[in-house]
Design a protein around this ligand. Sequence first.
Ligand code: SAM
Ligand code: SF4
Length: 520
Amino acid sequence: MSTTRHQSRALPALGEIAPDAVSRPAPGVADQDGAAPKLHVVTFGCQMNKYDSELVEGRFRKSGYVTTDRLEDADVILFNTCSVRDHAEERTWSWVGELKQAKRERPDLVVGIMGCMAQRVEEEIFKRAGHVDLVAGTRQFHLLPAMVEELKARRAEPDRFRAKDLRLLATDMAEDVPVDRSGEEYTGGLHAHLAVMRGCDLSCTYCVVPTTRGRVRSRPIEELVAEARWYVSQGVQVLTLLGQTVNSYGEDFPAPQVGPAPEAGAARWTGRQGRPSLADLLRALQEVDGLVRIRLITLHPSYVTRALAEAIRDCDKVDRFLPLPAQAGSDDVLRRMKRGYTLDLYRERVGLLREVVPDIELGSDWIVGFCGETDADFEGSLAFLEEQGFVLNYIFKYSPRPNTRAAERYEDDVAEDTKKARHKRLLEVAERTQRARLQRYRGRELRAFIESVSERDGRILLGRTHHGLPVSLQGPAELVGTTVHLRVEETTAYGMAATLARGPARIGLHSAASEALGGQ
Ligand code: SAM
Ligand code: SF4
């Protein structure tokens, strides 16, 4: 395994620390009472961050740490951060700021920042928050346990290391993140995330992600199947496959050598020039025994292919729900966003999906108030949302991000009040559309996977239909982790209430079931 240097820029060399040096309990980690040191991770942002937080926790556990839910008990506190909108960064600064006093009272405490903000802001973090000890970028966070040990070693030699030497930074972008879950315990229950790739090779002009997460690196199918099997061995039944453009999976692999046609029965990959694609990965995961549901986040219209649609059709474990963000309903805005499609191309790709999988449901993200968005452009978003009948919508007000093309080239010329008003209006149309879309399921029988018992009411079970739509019903807790047939009784803009249609008992709809919908 390669070694990576991580060092504060102002420092004498740290020495090189092999990433695998942290895969055994580190000597001297336990505190004076012999108790294992405690880690608390605060996660902001997207599912990819949740996955990375799990990876970090796993690595710390292998180094002899235990995780704690109580921030005030922790010896090491990590913030896994998001930079997508300014608001996300401001929240992090405020949380981190609150630790200043704690650090004064407990100088041994270690505070670290990882994730997109660590990558974007780098050593500036130390200037703005002097009590932060460690900064690890989006491809270096696996080094954090080793960085903590290095920090402790330095703290133990105050004559040798000055205050500024006690800040460690690792933000190199070059490497993959090594993932090895062997020997780990998964404590997240029935559901887990699986990052099938990292980074993004597109360059939407508003978006900071290509800078913070780097170029795409897809993980080999065998490695992903092995991780899926490991998850299943830990009790997981539902996997959400993660990628910024998850359906571009495999595009970065080298094209296979042109040679004789594969022998009968040998794998034929369906990606560009014979590369493995998401369709191939879905078919491989479909064969993993014990895995029951497969979900996808997030797709891009440019990479929707017939092979993908056919894989979704053929693999009954894959949810009939695709998050396929449109972002805007105006070709002018899409061009300025550099999204790489027009509305007609988007329609064409959805047409292909619906031709092969007629009952597919779609979700979308929207940005309102992007640079130069006119009233007519915005009306286009309202119309496109309704036209496509998106069943789930996330709506954001445009937030200019440093070093993005939009921030550099275009004026953020839509007034904040207008952004707010457009956000509200699009949300109203989204809710109306979602309500109408879900209403179509009333009285129908659907399959659903039951995921949990409601925290608010122990009689209510929560699950998702095979369209990935939230559903609640009254039933016994033993149904958690099973697939049931249910009849949809009531719907809102955000989910459904149902009764068991076939199963151990037919249980009437309780009013609490409809209450539960409100909170989903
Ligand atoms: N890769 C995904 C895609 O292309 O759809 C989404 C990634 S991004 C983390 C999630 C959502 O945040 C985007 O779909 C977009 O709607 C929103 N977003 C990204 N940059 C933004 C910005 N500068 N201002 C407001 N919303 C933004
Ligand atoms: Fe950002 Fe566009 Fe990449 Fe999504 S596809 S992460 S919005 S650059």
